[in-house]
Design a protein around this ligand. Structure first.
Ligand code: PLP
Length: 391
């Protein structure tokens, strides 16, 4: 079949950076006891109350088409949760944060436009920019700068076609939580150059150091920021596919028109489960937050300060980035060694852009009893490799 150039260029060269994850998945399917520290999927089901709310909704017959932009109840619950004053009409519910990212990019970018991505970046970003026919421009964030966004470096990379900047705070994979001053500088830049800021805030409820600063609350950004949220990480609801975009009402109404042509919304019983989760208070979310906080600290202790890995403690999110450059191996080679020889699945840094080369990302998605011994093995393998570095 003759396919459009737009769809063919989503994954150029056929490598989407998930190869190692697919390999780990097929080993696990073949019965191998793989310890999965690769993708950000929770190891425990959502709070029982959320499942009960969903079952009740199904029993009540909420199985037909549901409002495409989200039920009034769910939009209101999300609006109340937003860290800046937000009307329900400023929210549209999407099929997870990922469809929210796609919708936000489709709203901000025309074919031929460019979007700034801060490298390292979440593995789907470049593909999503290309999926709307635009081009990613990568601006590296430096480890020595805490992986914070640098408005000057971004300004230097702007082209006349650049219509959007995508940021992610708390950040996957680096764990950086963006400082207010950095966001204010970005706000000034976006206002001066009439650029849309797309802010991926799906980890907003998992902050370990400092505080999450909502970009929509920054001067100059309220009118030019599309914020993407999700219940996947905060409430352990990855498979439910509940996300949203928050932003100016007219932009949100346009995005809802796009959704009529793509997803036609999410199931009513899922919307009811999500609304219940948000209305029921913070217990389910607090449990998840506490779980990852404890794991983060246990993981840092298990990795220690051996010769093979350098760790910057993450300020937020569900991951740890390990700098394994002392081993002389690429992130991919190190991750392959861990998988083939020790059945430990991690993500190579190279899946997240060029700036994360020589790193691996660990998802803290296992209980301490599994996570700690696995990370002790990672530290030992790195120390052994560092003792015989590849020149
Ligand atoms: N944004 C970031 C930074 C992520 O890490 C993820 C998932 O891992 C998503 C967006 C998409 O999440 P979902 O579509 O499950 O809401």
């Amino acid at each position: 079949m003759r396919l459009s150039s737009r769809i063919r260029q989503i994954v150029p060269g056929g490598d989407d950076g998930w190869g190692l994850y697919y390999r780990a998945r097929s080993l696990a399917a073949a019965g191998k006891p793989v310890v999965s520290l690769s993708i950000g999927d929770h190891d425990l089901p959502p709070h029982p109350g959320i499942l009960e709310a969903m079952a009740e909704s199904v029993a009540a017959g909420r199985t037909g088409y549901a409002p495409v932009e989200g039920s009034d109840r769910l939009r209101a619950a999300i609006a109340r949760r937003e860290p800046v004053p937000t009307a329900p009409e400023q929210i549209t519910v999407t099929v997870g944060g990922q469809a929210g990212l796609f919708a936000a990019m489709a709203a901000a970018l025309d074919p031929g436009d460019a979007c700034i991505l801060l490298d390292p970046y979440y593995a789907t970003y470049a593909q999503t920019v290309r999926a709307v026919g635009a081009r990613p421009i990568l601006v590296p964030c430096r480890a020595e700068d805490g992986f914070q966004p640098d408005a000057e470096a971004i300004a230097a990379a702007l082209t006349p076609e650049t219509r959007a900047i995508l940021i992610n705070t708390p950040n996957n994979p680096t764990g950086a939580v963006y400082r207010r001053a950095r966001l204010e500088a970005l706000g000034r830049l976006c206002a001066e150059r009439d650029i849309v800021l797309i802010a991926d805030e799906v980890y907003a409820s998992q902050v370990w150091e400092g505080a999450h600063v909502a970009p929509r609350g920054i001067p100059g950004l309220a009118e030019r920021c599309l914020s993407v949220g999700s219940m996947s990480k905060s409430h352990g609801m990855t498979g439910f596919r509940v996300g949203w975009v928050a932003g100016p009402e007219d932009a949100i109404a346009r995005i809802a028109e796009l959704q009529v042509t793509t997803t036609y919304g999410i199931a009513g019983f899922i919307q009811d489960a999500a609304a219940h989760a948000l209305e029921a208070g913070g217990e389910a979310e607090a449990e998840i937050r506490a779980r990852y906080r404890t794991r983060r600290d246990a993981a840092l202790a298990a990795l220690g300060e051996g010769p093979g890995v350098r760790v910057s403690p993450p300020e937020g999110g569900m991951y740890l980035m390990l700098d394994i450059r002392p081993t002389g191996l690429s992130g991919t080679a190190f991750a392959e060694r861990l998988l083939e020889e020790h059945l430990i699945a991690v993500m190579p840094g190279e899946s997240f852009g060029r700036a994360a080369a020589g790193h691996v990302r660990i998802a803290l998605t296992q209980p301490e009893a599994v996570l700690v011994p696995a990370l002790e093995t990672v530290a030992r393998v790195a120390a052994e490799a560092a003792a015989q570095p590849v020149s």
